[in-house]
Design a protein. Structure first.
Length: 289
């Protein structure tokens, strides 16, 4: 009898240890759905729901210990802005843009509380990301026109050696915070807000100053002139093209973009059990005696 009792106690301790180990170290997959927004020369506000668009992402998380989790993932969304929504003194400029954002990132998540006992926890995360963008706008006829090849601020022209052509793939620093609730050992749900500090001021194709209209026309054609200044199409704008050197943007302030939404996180061993490709923690049972 004592032997059976001792074996039973050992089996319970063993199972508990296995379950704790799985909870601490089992990787998980998290799906994000929510909104993406941008801040820059065409939108000075940090986050505006009214001009946000749908965004989605997926990440893989691997706990390193109770408090720290490594995470890698990808995100996708569309950002856009227009001077028509901007501050009153900028409406006459009448510029606009849109672009999809494709991002891959790696980072570290810091958990504030022990979710295994509290069932919920706030968390912080930060990392590094690579993202791709390609700003475009509708021309006067409504055709979609990509802006980077037009050198709207003289980028890449020999007359303006200080104006370098911007790259469409850049590095940014993602960081943010969230809160998640543990529905079960395998499933958590949460809310997350994060932002990306970029090192470019050209996500919106607006940064510095207007260049000479005739130089731009000779180098890039009438379409470049049309897209560099749209004031003539605005009821509050001037039909006169701005003089060379007149301010077009604020080069000292880099562009940002933001993500806000909901997360659903599930342990990979639970997915394996669901599709018959692995064993869940619950399937690891003690031998009969």
């Amino acid at each position: 009898m004592k032997t059976r009792t001792l074996l039973l106690v050992c089996c319970i301790i063993c199972t508990s240890a296995i379950q704790a180990q799985e909870f601490d170290k089992s990787p998980s997959v998290a799906v994000f759905t929510g909104l993406i927004n941008y801040q820059g020369d065409l939108n000075p506000n940090s986050f505006t729901v009214s001009h946000s668009n749908f965004a989605a992402g997926i990440s893989i998380k691997k706990p390193l210990n109770r408090w720290f989790t490594a995470r890698v993932g990808i995100s996708y969304g569309k950002i856009e802005a227009a001077d028509a929504w901007n501050r009153d003194y900028l409406k006459s400029r009448n510029l606009s843009f849109a672009t999809t954002i494709k991002e891959a990132y790696a980072g570290l998540e810091i958990t504030v509380l022990d979710i295994s006992t509290k069932k919920f926890t706030p968390y912080l995360y930060g990392g590094i990301a690579v993202f791709h963008f390609n700003p475009w706008a509708r021309d006067n006829s409504g055709a979609k026109t990509y802006l980077q090849p037009l050198s709207t601020e003289g980028q890449g022209l020999s007359q303006y050696p200080e104006q370098k052509t911007y790259k469409l793939t850049q590095i940014c620093l993602p960081f943010g915070a969230g809160i998640k609730y543990q529905v079960s050992d395998a499933l958590s749900i949460g809310v997350e807000l994060s932002q990306r500090k970029s090192f470019t001021d050209y996500i919106d194709d607006v940064s510095s100053y207007y260049v000479d209209r005739d130089v731009l026309l000779a180098a890039k054609g009438a379409k470049a002139v049309e897209m560099a200044y749209r004031g003539g199409q605005s009821p509050v704008g001037s039909p006169l093209y701005p003089s060379h050197g007149e301010q077009r943007g604020t080069p000292s302030e880099m562009d940002w973009y933001y993500l806000f939404g909901f997360t659903t996180e599930i342990k990979l061993d639970a997915l394996g059990s669901l599709f018959g490709n692995g064993r869940s923690v619950a399937s690891q049972r003690c031998p009969r005696f």
